[in-house]
Design a binder for this molecule. Sequence first.
Ligand SMILES: [Zn+2]
Length: 408
Amino acid sequence: MALKFLQEINSGTKNSSLKKDIICYYINNGENTLADLGKEMNLSIPTVTKLVSELIEEGFVMDFGKQETPGGRRPNIYGLNEDSGYFLGVDIKRFRTNIGLINFKGEVIDQQMDIPFKMDHTHEQFDELCDIINNFIQNTVVPKEKILSIGINISGRINTQSGHSYSFFYFDERPLTELFEERLGINVSIDNDSRAMAYGEYIKGCVSGEKNVLYINVSWGLGLGIIVNGQLYYGKSGFSGEFGHMTAFDNEIMCHCGKKGCLETEASGSYLYRKFLEKLNDGSSSSLSKKVDKKEDISLESIIKAALHEDMLAIELIEEMGSTLGKHIAGLINLFNPELVVIGGTLSEAGDYLMLPLRSAIKKYSLNLVNKDSSIRISKLGNKAGLLGACLLARSKLVELNGNMPKA
Ligand SMILES: [Zn+2]
């Protein structure tokens, strides 16, 4: 019922679009009295009373009873019914997947991090992913029919509007969202992973009031989420933010996009990984050398962990990469004049080893007058940014909040 109502209000009458505005208001601002709600929304008390009582009947809003106010009045306060619907988020990484569930208010009520899963463009991996998601749905804390929508993050080119993915799982002419819906039995939307991370960080992370924000996702690849005037920027088909595939080097390194010399080939987790193994093979020593001798696998995470335990080789490579990355972020700052640049993704876990050379290069290479405006901050949500973003985007898209992005 909730799903039907939300779909209706997106194309509906004045009455239903006012109801949507009330839902958006509560998402953004939390609970309130009817008098204050009327004032904020510029509606008369009788109108607000009627709309809110309909929303109570429809299950979206609750009466939380009387509250004390300094003036001695004790008006009732109203707010969202957190149980009116749930949203599932799936954040697919290169070698693992995170799944989580939020209630209507945006609070995380269940999550499973680091489920082993290797992202590949094959039918087998698509099947395995659907099994993992279905398994989570079966075992989670709410019944399936209460999950209104699923948001899935995928790296690469995603057309959010049409539901097509062009980098993974493009087996069919039909949109990928349809293929997922067939298997999962719930409404599905997809988005680019870096954009979803930017959204998660914007709503629940280190962004505090800034409206023009760049989120740099330094993980296995290198991505960028752009927020302009408080809204996610998609570009015409949703392909904006391909920072990692800007040509930056005259090297002969083939990028997975098919071109040569992309920024990602020398400023990303995959670069760090490749270079680290090359150095070890060339005889450099590291605390991870023993692993190589024993033919054990080295992961990107283990290289970052080694740096945090003062492994000089790992530190030197992360520093070098931070400097390269900072130089190119300086260009983004010149282009966008952002209020805030957030450094997120797996590599942000390296902390100051990445951030100090990165800040120094930004200062060195961007225009001083421009970079004065830009704070550089490390992600607060870390590896949870994508998951939260996926859940919150599922809610936003269903209630069509993007024009009115919540800050809750
Ligand atoms: Zn490329």
